[in-house]
Design a binder for this molecule. Structure first.
Ligand code: ADP
Ligand code: MG
Length: 445
């Protein structure tokens, strides 16, 4: 289906033509006509299928076709879980709104707060932001959202994983009026937490799911290799780097330390690798991403800070040096390749420490995964047996009297986890989280 059949404004059609796009992708075909009618939307489709335009085009259409509710407040807010993704969405928006009076501001953590206050004072119509920083500006009264017409949440599930729920709710509350339209997009929206927040933030939403998040991505060849230990992983990675014909590669590790260590090792071998992690300053992060986009480096080593949304044309390979803890992050990590109809390769190294995560991913994908081997580097590890189920034995009531010690301290309170410990963690930090508690990860304040 061509874009012109979707009810879009002529001026937008011209811009789409300039971008070189001809046919709308399936999610664009389904989401755009609903969104331009002003309806709320819960939309999912696989990675690299053009979700960004599916929400930016209806947002631009609103600028062209309707009058603002207020004179000064932003009309559209797009929220993303990471600063890098916000920058990318903002760049796409700038291409669309070039030559129009519909200007925008990028409001992300790690950048100078006062400079952003100045930007917001210019009353931009679009704001692309990470939730923590926008919530800070609302608290600081540098902007108001009473006139907000459209709230768009890209990668909504990841924002919840990162502990941004309270920020999302304060943004929602600042713009909670009847006429607001809300759109949620991701490749993985089948999360219970998303359903909960969607109930509160969306008004009778239309649910559009193109395919399912567990469906195999036909443009990505996935391989899984069993490994014995770290040295074995490294030997396998060496072999992959030697034998695969890659343009650019993203290697995901579990922690920032692993990212640094692996980058150092690759650079010792003159392989032009660069590390990206949540602990770097924003200037460092910006410069690394722009160098990688300009192909100054062939390999980016990172954590889940780069698993979502990033669209870099020449990434032909994704390597999971360590498996992700959250099963859905696997889908997003491999989705950094095989985008917009291109082919990609994903190779996952599964060692004993990754086994539990691997089993979760296998269950999430609802597939029986088979392993491949690399000649000469076959390992001994063949997976772990599931732990035997403990038999439930009913405790017999005892007639024993409590001991003197128990009498003295009948109900000793349980030791509580120190919440500050989790608050100080950032994306990619490999810690064991207490059950049922979401990690509060202020990666993008
Ligand atoms: P998603 O958010 O679904 O992962 P993106 O919005 O980042 O995907 O789009 C992936 C790539 O596809 C981008 O490079 C984008 O420019 C390109 N793209 C978007 N729409 C189309 C289209 N209709 N035809 C061809 N390419 C498209
Ligand atoms: Mg996206």
């Amino acid at each position: 289906m061509h874009f012109k059949d979707l009810g879009l404004d002529q001026r937008l059609l011209k811009k789409i033509k300039n971008l070189g796009f001809d046919q709308a992708t399936e999610i664009q075909q389904k989401a755009i006509p609903v969104a331009i009618l002003g309806k709320d939307l819960l939309a999912s489709s696989k990675t690299g299928s053009g979700k960004t335009l599916a929400f930016l085009l209806p947002a631009m259409q609103r600028m062209y076709r309707s009058k603002p509710f207020t004179r000064r407040d932003p009309r559209v807010v797009v929220l993303t879980p990471t600063r890098e993704l916000a920058k990318q969405v903002f760049a796409e928006l700038r291409t669309l709104n070039a030559g129009t009076p519909y200007d925008g501001a990028l409001i992300v953590g790690g950048e100078n707060f006062n400079d952003q206050v100045k930007e917001l004072r210019k009353d931009p119509m679009f704001v692309v932001a990470t939730p923590g920083r926008l919530a800070d500006h609302l608290e600081h009264k540098s902007t108001y959202l009473d006139g907000l017409e459209m709230l768009i949440l890209d990668e909504a599930d990841r924002m919840l994983d990162l502990g941004f729920e309270s920020h999302l709710r304060s943004i929602h509350n600042a713009a909670n009026h009847r006429r607001r339209q809300t759109l949620m997009f991701s490749a993985t929206l089948d999360h219970n937490d998303v359903v909960d927040i969607a109930k509160d933030m969306l008004n009778a939403p239309k649910n559009i799911a193109v395919g399912s998040s567990t469906e195999e991505h036909k443009d990505i060849t996935q391989r899984f290799i069993l490994c014995d230990h770290l040295d074995h992983k490294q030997a396998l990675l060496d072999k992959v780097l030697e034998t695969e014909d890659y343009k650019q590669m993203i290697i995901f590790t579990a922690t920032r330390n692993d990212t640094d260590r692996l980058t150092e090792m690759l650079n010792e071998r003159k392989l032009k690798a660069v590390a990206l992690s949540g602990s770097m300053t924003q200037t460092q992060r910006n410069s690394i991403m722009s160098q990688f986009e300009r192909v100054c480096h062939k390999i980016l080593v990172t954590t889940d800070v780069a698993s979502r949304g990033l669209d870099i044309d020449s990434v032909s390979h994704v390597i999971n040096f360590d498996m992700p803890k959250h099963a859905e992050e696997y889908v997003h990590r491999i989705g950094r390749t095989g985008r917009a109809g291109n082919k990609g390769d994903a190779i996952s190294l599964v060692g004993p420490k990754d086994w539990r995560s691997f089993k979760n991913i296998e269950a999430f994908l609802q597939q029986d995964i088979t392993f491949t081997t690399i000649e000469g580097l076959e390992g001994k590890f063949k997976g772990l047996k599931p732990a035997p189920k403990k038999k439930f034995v009913k405790k017999k009531p005892t007639n024993k009297k409590p001991t003197a010690a128990k009498k003295a301290a009948p109900n000793k309170p349980k030791k509580k986890m120190d919440k500050r410990f989790y608050d100080n963690m950032a994306v990619g930090d490999n810690v064991f989280m207490p059950k049922k508690k979401k990690p509060a990860v202020p990666s993008d304040d």
